[in-house]
Design a protein. Structure first.
Length: 518
């Protein structure tokens, strides 16, 4: 491939301009709210980290906007009749950017590293999974028991260079300290510069295995701009090409009226919650039930969000497999909330602290303020802290010590595909307590048993029934307040093509993003 690029440059030099269409051109500047926590995809896989990671890294598969699984580093795969063995047939001739080969041994190493680290990146993979090399470009993954969401979870596993990780390993850290800021993958872009909490610059990988025919950007810059109003202003003045996480109706309405800007709704399976720590007064299910009845759901979505979102039936968004429209819709009932608090012995009131990260999800701020206002009417004092740092936020909300961090915290959660076992239901499964995603340290043995059964149930109708039963448990023993579901929006200049996110709110593919052809 390198020879091809050298040849193309020579041809261009002598005036054959038609070759230029095969090379990426121009710079795309995107403003996002929150910086990546790490460039290491086995450590943190929240969408603000994946926004960076999807430049240098790829996985065996990828997920389209509608939730369809597509091949990437794996050309295809087979599943055994018993559902325990997945055999992946890999792309031939792909190299990591350090020049080492991507092959079955590399996949095996990545799965070993994922479980060896045991951090956030591993939480979507079933325990006990083993990878076996069949030949250079064939690898088998063996599960201990059938797992309905396995492929959905595999979408989150991006492949790092084994040579880079081994070369830079220190004190048994699998190269984590070095890979934190020095990604080495097979992806279309290289991380050239990263100024934490300011910006990072991705430049195209000239040796990328899919090559550069078509429309692509040569450089992608992601600026970290926490203030929503500033992102809007930068887009209107033309200082940036696209803005993420614009959620306020007033801003969206203003941008929709601008003929130079495209406001593209991105359907997600996301639900915004106020999650609760299972400690202190919130260890009592009646207190947690009372919290569900405090929030003014209808007025929030109607009057504040102006219809850009809606309440949910159960705990799962309508776009996600597992949603049950027959479950009760969330609604406010302050009389019932007060009764539950009195039954729990807190009729005279209580005080709770609530963390939000409005720079990441702007609607958290009005959501928290409305909750505080409604809670005050029945003697519940809510103290709000709007944190600036995602790292601090996750460190407190997701601490392994349940007594650290806030009583309650805002959260937006969507599944990687139409399988709620990855999330949101996985957020309440007891074995997923931190470092897993069960940040509230919630534990319900009946729920856990149904979760295990659902994970092994391949039949869709049977699994839907189990999901409904699980959500019924969450009503009576709630781990969170499901505020509702909403679309995200990508706002961009006219002429920016291919910028999209999937059901999980994660950038689908930087490689498909490019300027409109002249």
């Amino acid at each position: 491939m390198r020879r091809y690029l050298v040849f193309a440059m020579m041809v261009l030099a002598v005036g054959l301009s038609w070759v230029a269409c095969a090379a990426p051109a121009g710079t795309l500047i995107v403003a996002n709210t929150t910086d990546a926590v790490t460039a290491d995809p086995h450590v943190n896989i929240y969408n603000y980290s994946v926004l960076l990671q999807k430049g240098p890294y790829e996985g065996l598969i990828m997920i389209d906007q509608d939730g369809t699984i597509r091949p990437r580093l794996a050309e295809s795969w087979d599943v055994s009749d018993d559902g325990l063995t997945y055999t992946f047939y890999l792309q031939d001739g792909v190299e990591f950017t350090d020049g080492t080969a991507f092959n079955a041994e590399a996949v095996k190493y990545n799965m070993e590293r994922l479980f060896g680290l045991g951090l956030h990146g591993s939480t979507y993979m079933p325990a006990g999974l083993t990878a076996t090399v069949i030949d250079e470009y064939t690898v088998a993954m063996k599960l201990e028991e059938p797992s309905a969401p396995f492929l959905a979870g595999l979408n989150t596993v991006l492949m790092v260079s084994p040579a880079a990780a081994r070369t830079h390993e220190a004190d048994g850290d699998w190269g984590q300290a070095w890979l934190d800021q020095n990604p080495v993958g097979t992806g279309p872009y290289l991380l050239e510069t990263w100024e934490k909490d300011q910006y990072y610059r991705l430049v195209h990988n000239p040796d990328y295995w899919q090559e550069w025919d078509g429309s692509h950007y040569a450089t992608i810059i992601v600026q970290i701009v926490p203030e929503q109003a500033t992102r809007v202003q930068l887009l209107q003045t033309g200082e940036i090409d696209a803005a993420l996480e614009i959620g306020d109706d007033a801003f969206l309405t203003m941008l929709e009226a601008d003929p130079n800007i495209v406001v593209a709704p991105q359907p997600t399976g996301e639900v915004v919650y106020i999650r609760m720590k299972n400690r202190g007064v919130l260890a009592d299910p009646k207190v947690r039930q009372a919290m569900l009845y405090i929030f003014p759901y209808s007025s929030f979505w109607r009057d504040v969000q102006r219809g850009r979102g809606a309440t949910v039936h159960g705990f799962i968004a309508p776009a996600v497999f597992g949603h049950d429209p027959m479950l009760a819709e969330q609604h406010q009932d302050l009389i019932r909330a007060k009764e539950l608090l009195e039954e729990a012995g807190y009729g005279d009131g209580l005080t709770l602290d609530l963390w939000i990260l409005s720079s990441y999800l702007p609607l958290m701020k009005p959501m928290a303020e409305l909750f505080k206002e409604a809670a005050a009417t029945i003697g519940v004092t809510v103290e709000i802290q709007d944190l600036a740092s995602a790292g601090t936020y996750l460190g407190g909300a997701g601490s392994p010590d349940v007594n650290e961090g806030p009583d309650m915290f805002g959260w937006g959660q969507a599944p990687g595909i139409n399988s709620p076992l990855t999330a949101p239901l996985g957020m309440w499964y007891t074995p997923n307590v931190p470092p897993g995603r069960n940040y509230g340290h919630y534990s319900n043995t009946e729920f856990d048993a149904l979760y295990v059964e659902a994970a092994k149930t391949v039949d869709d109708a049977a699994r839907l029934a189990l999901y409904s039963d699980m959500q019924q448990i969450l009503y009576s023993d709630p781990p969170a307040i499901p505020i509702g579901t909403y679309d995200r929006y990508i706002c961009s200049k006219q002429g920016v093509n291919g910028l999209a996110i999937n059901l999980a709110g994660i950038i689908i593919d930087w490689y498909t993003v490019g300027p409109e052809a002249p």
